[in-house]
Design a protein around this ligand. Structure first.
Ligand code: A3P
Length: 289
């Protein structure tokens, strides 16, 4: 059931940008026949999706740079729920890699009964908020974020694309996927990309030698991705994404929230997130900040 709401569809209570989603695309996702060897990178928006679209093909193909240098990220590792998926799905070679911003309950039903694997990337919600705030300024298909304070309230109340951060994280943590899921944080990727690539390769059963790990990590560093036109969104017309307002690959660091939050905003933000995460037994690298 979809309801039109300005620049968004409201689908099962979730706001999705009309620019990239349609009734057909959501039906396509719902009916997707997930293969047992499919791999999904799952993210709440602004948590490292584009980074995963760069890393996964390289881990899966032994470090061959051809796809990341010739195919735009959105066609290389498509979003299951977006309109491009139906156009490019047949081009994917097995094992297929896809991304999704969906909370667990809205994944394709055949994912649940398959043996497909998922990598869930979590990022410090304070940095997610900051990244999203700048993204809303440059992406003309999203609502203007207003002031940082206004956007913070919107984010906390879940009146943003893909709803509340806490609901998203909890939905995937509660899903009982056992060895089908690997949890990683954006912060771990920033701190030790090589180590994370090794974890991915062993999770996905890909044997990468150290030289390949090194090549993949070098290619996927922020500065290289920023100049890769297949990954930096410069192929998107300025009317849709205006990188003169804020580049898509903006800073690529952990902790930029410290340049944006006042002490009052931080206290309010942390109180709400902590309350909503109560009872979920997870510790994050940013808990002590
Ligand atoms: P910032 O806005 O904080 O810079 P998504 O792809 O899910 O929309 O997330 C975008 C965020 O991931 C942006 O964060 C972007 O810069 C960051 N990012 C993308 N590639 C990165 C990389 N190679 N290294 C570090 N951060 C990266």
């Amino acid at each position: 059931m979809m309801i039109s709401h300005g620049k968004y569809w409201v689908y099962n209570g979730l706001m999705l940008p009309k620019e990239t989603h349609s009734a057909e695309s959501l039906k396509f996702a719902e009916e997707l026949k997930v293969q047992n060897n499919d791999i999904f990178a799952i993210t709440y928006p602004k948590s490292g999706t584009t980074w995963m679209q760069e890393i996964l093909p390289l881990v899966l193909n032994g470090g061959d740079l051809t796809p990341v240098q010739t195919i735009p990220n959105w066609d290389r590792v498509p979003w299951v729920e977006e309109t491009r998926a139906a156009l490019v799905m047949d081009n994917l070679v097995a094992p297929r890699a896809m991304v999704s911003h969906m909370p667990y309950n809205l994944m394709p039903p055949s994912f649940m009964s398959s043996k497909a694997k998922a990598i869930y990337v979590t990022r410090n919600p304070r940095d997610v908020l900051v990244s999203s705030f700048h993204f809303h300024k440059m992406a003309n298909f999203l609502d203007d974020p207003g002031t940082f304070d206004e956007f913070l309230e919107k984010f906390l109340s879940g009146k943003v694309m893909f709803g509340k951060w806490t609901e998203h994280v909890k939905s995937w943590r509660k899903a009982n996927l056992r060895d089908r899921i690997l949890f990683v944080t954006y912060e771990e990727m920033v701190q030790d990309l090589r180590g994370v690539i090794r974890r991915f390769s062993s999770f996905l059963g890909q044997d990468l030698d150290e030289e390949t790990v090194e090549r993949v990590a070098n290619h996927c560093c922020f500065s290289n991705m920023k100049t890769n036109i297949m990954s930096n969104y410069s192929l998107v017309p300025q009317g849709i994404m205006d990188s003169s307002k804020s580049p898509f690959l903006r800073k690529g660091v952990a902790g930029d929230w410290k340049n944006h939050f006042s002490p009052e905003q931080e206290a309010r933000f942390v109180a709400v997130i902590q309350q909503e995460m109560a009872g979920i037994n997870i510790t994050f690298p940013w808990d002590q900040e």
